[in-house]
Structures are given as C-alpha cells and as structure tokens.
Design a protein around this ligand. Structure first.
Ligand code: NAP
Length: 255
C-alpha cells in the first residue's frame, strides 16, 4: 500500500484518451486532483467529467510554449499549485523514411520531444514549491530499446525524451524534484487501434504475457513513480510491456 496521494495536484497531458486518460483515471481514483490536457477542449472536458473528484480540463498544444504556460497557470488557478506532471502527450504516425515528408519529422519531434521540455519548463516554477514534486514522462520501448519500420521519427523522439530526462534529473534534483519515465509496450488505446486488427493480433502473440497492455498497467507504474515511496528514484525508466522486449528469438518465446 502506497502512502496516499489524495489532494495532490496533477497535470496529465494527452489525457483526453488512451494512456493519458488511463494515468488520469488511476490518479483520480487515488484521490488526486487532475488537470486533463489535450488540444481538443470538448474531449478533455468529457474526460474530466468522467473522472470526477474535482478533475478539470484545459486545452493546450504541448508544442506551443505560450499554450504550455497557460496550461500551468490554469492548473495553479484551479488547484493552487502543481505537485505532479505526467508529460504523456504524443503522436505516432507511421511512415517510412523514403516517403516521409520532413514536415512530419518536425511535427513528431515538436509534440513528443519538445513538448516534454516545454511542459516541464512551464510547470517547473510551480513544482519547485511542492514538497513532493514529481515528473513522469511517457516514453516507449520503441526508440530506447526496439525499432519498428515507419517509426524513425517516433523512435528518435522517444529515445530523445530519455536523453532529456538524464540531464533534467540532475537539474531538478536541486529542487527536490524527481523525473522518471514509463516505457509502455503495446497498450490498447484508440491510437493503437488505428494500426489495425492484424497489427494488434500479431503483437499480442509476440508478448510473453500473451496480451496487450491496458492503460491502467501504465497508470499504476506512473502512480508508483509519483508516490512518496519512490522519493529516491530519479532519472530511471520502468518498462511496462508484458515482457515483450525479453525473448531473444521466436524460439525463445515459444520454448
Ligand atoms: P492516443 O490514444 O492517440 O492519445 C493521444 C492523446 O494525446 C490525446 O489525448 C490527444 O488529444 C493528445 N495529444 C496529441 N498531440 C497533442 C499535442 N500536441 N498537445 C496536447 N495533446 C496532444 O495515444 P496513446 O496511445 O494513448 O499514446 C499516449 C502516449 O503514450 C504517447 O506519448 C505515446 O508515444 C506513448 N506510447 C503509447 C503506446 C501504445 O501502445 N499506445 C506505446 C508506447 C508509448 P488531442 O488530439 O485532442 O490533442
């Protein structure tokens, strides 16, 4: 049993659906007050209403510095401060190098990598005032550990988040703030479903635990990293993938 995080003020970006919504739901279930952030206000509001427990909503594009500042200000106005930032917003268009428009590369980097930097920077002045401040990034196994055709930009952005984290953890430690990352494998979300039934079926078969992950699986890992019990853990990663990256071959998987 972790020490209660009831009453803590949490910002979750990309929380209107998918993994972000799962993270938001786990925190709200444990009594935290959650600011649900996405670019589409109506969807963020619908999610906040579903979460209850005083959850609020705000529209922000994490690749936009002014929007990130407004997001942080709205959270402070609503909850009086920020204790936990879950920088989760991300996009994963799948395009091979030969056909990728350079603008698509920039868009993925702007949301996934620069967005992590901008949201941390915008929340930092407020996190500094919290006595138990936490940052949890949503990275991925794709990039830091594995590769998949069509995701050169995505993999680079997700590996880049960890490079950002390893230096940020030293800077943030000066303020008593920890920063860690969850690395989901294949988690059932609206975004993943768009990749098609064949993809989902083949993926599930390649995972030792023989199922895709749930958004709660990721939310629970984020909750631990945000807990009092994780106070001495910073600059680290937790892979949440049902063992997907472990088998060294198909033979190992099926032996
Ligand atoms: P998803 O279902 O497509 O949801 C993405 C969320 O992010 C939505 O709320 C979306 O709302 C928001 N968003 C997208 N771009 C944004 C921006 N520029 N500013 C603010 N919000 C933005 O995606 P998901 O599968 O849950 O993925 C969430 C995170 O987990 C991503 O960082 C992804 O890389 C990571 N991840 C996912 C998986 C997986 O299997 N699903 C695996 C590994 C890592 P709007 O479009 O309204 O803004």
């Amino acid at each position: 049993m972790l020490t209660s995080i009831a009453g803590r003020a949490v910002v979750v970006t990309g929380a209107s659906k998918g993994i972000g919504k799962g993270i938001a739901r786990v925190f709200a279930r444990h009594g935290a007050r959650v600011m649900v952030v996405s670019r589409t206000l109506a969807e963020a509001q619908a999610c906040a209403a579903e979460l209850g427990n005083g959850a609020r909503a705000c529209a922000a594009d994490v690749s936009d510095w002014a929007a990130c500042q407004a997001m942080a200000a709205a959270t402070v106005e609503a909850f009086g401060g920020i204790d936990i930032l879950c920088a989760n917003a991300g996009v994963f268009p799948q395009t091979k190098i030969e056909s990728m428009d350079p603008a698509e590369w920039d868009e993925v980097m702007a949301t996934n990598l620069k967005g992590s930097f901008l949201t941390v920077k915008a929340c930092l002045p407020h996190l500094k005032k919290s006595d138990q401040a936490r940052v949890v990034l949503t990275s991925s196994i794709t990039g830091p550990i594995t590769g998949f055709p069509g995701w050169t930009h995505y993999g680079a952005s997700k590996a880049g988040q960890l490079g950002f984290m390893r230096t940020a953890c030293i800077e943030l430690a000066n303020f008593g703030i920890t920063i860690n990352a969850v690395l989901p494998g294949n988690i059932v979300t609206e975004g993943l479903a768009d990749l098609g039934a064949d993809y989902l079926e083949t993926m599930a078969a390649s995972i030792p635990l023989k199922r895709l992950g749930s958004v709660d699986d990721v939310g629970n890992a984020a909750l631990f990293l945000a807990s009092a019990e994780a106070a001495y853990i910073t600059g680290q990663t937790i892979v949440v993938d049902g063992g997907q990256v472990q088998p060294e071959s198909l033979e190992a998987l099926n032996a």
